[in-house]
Design a protein. Sequence first.
Length: 330
Amino acid sequence: MTLPKIASVDLKTLAKDLRAGNRAALARAITLIESRRGDHQAMARDLVQALLPDTGKAIRVGITGSPGVGKSTTIDVLGMFLIERGHKVAVLAVDPSSARTGGSILGDKTRMALLSASDHGFIRPSPAAGTLGGVAAKTREAMLLCEAAGFDVVLVETVGIGQSETAVCDMTDFFLALMLPGAGDELQGIKKGLVELADMIAVNKADGDNIKRANLAAAEYRGALHILTPRSAHWQPPVETYSALTGTGIDVLWQKILDHRTAMKASGEFAERRRQQQVKWMWSMLEQRTMARLRADPAIRGKVKKIEAEVADGRIAPAVAAEQIAEMLK
């Protein structure tokens, strides 16, 4: 995949083109915020700040599920369902990356054939390498850029492993967990934390001979949810069945997302959750800046390498080493 070049950037022109809904400008802006170059990062901060008044109006939905559950197909079908009803849909998909080589498949566009061909859809795959929970570090900024470009629904797909669920939950309004029929064994080993985060559980592949199994799985998930404390006092997470293959039930999933938004806004929880997310974002950015400073300063980098070696050899305790590194940043 060839990414847009960012050799020379006129921020005013870029912001103007992006506000006009130019998808090439949006792609270029996201490339800018993903760049690790110091000058690009400074420009990216200015760009996001300039576009801030144009953000915050979109419906932000996080979607997770184990590999093979049909996340990409679901997003493709849901995205086209929304586009047919007048929405503009952006998909931020975080691909698994190799921890050893940093390589990433970035194949979401091939798995979302309908959406990627639509003028009202935008798909941006980002490698997850090196970021906590497998969520691309710049996904939050990318979401704001998509909103400024006029996309009123932003779907964030997680890799479905590690702590990515928590990270995506902290940047979206609604968190959807996709499951497969035949819950039985999967229900036994399901991550309690994931179920507690979910605003809705949806069982995919409820078609053909699978319908009975899907309904049975949904009943089991409902039973599991009843013994857990819901994430919000104003919303009891529903469990629905649907088929990404036939499109059956997609309209119900979307209506539940709208119902949740209405309930959260009526209770005041929607605004409060967004406020908390902004603060968490600030601390996340601060952690990234601190780590970037440790890597960028040659003098500090050399001292850190020496401390690392001493920790590895058992000559110094990790707690003492952490304190020494913290002192360098003062």
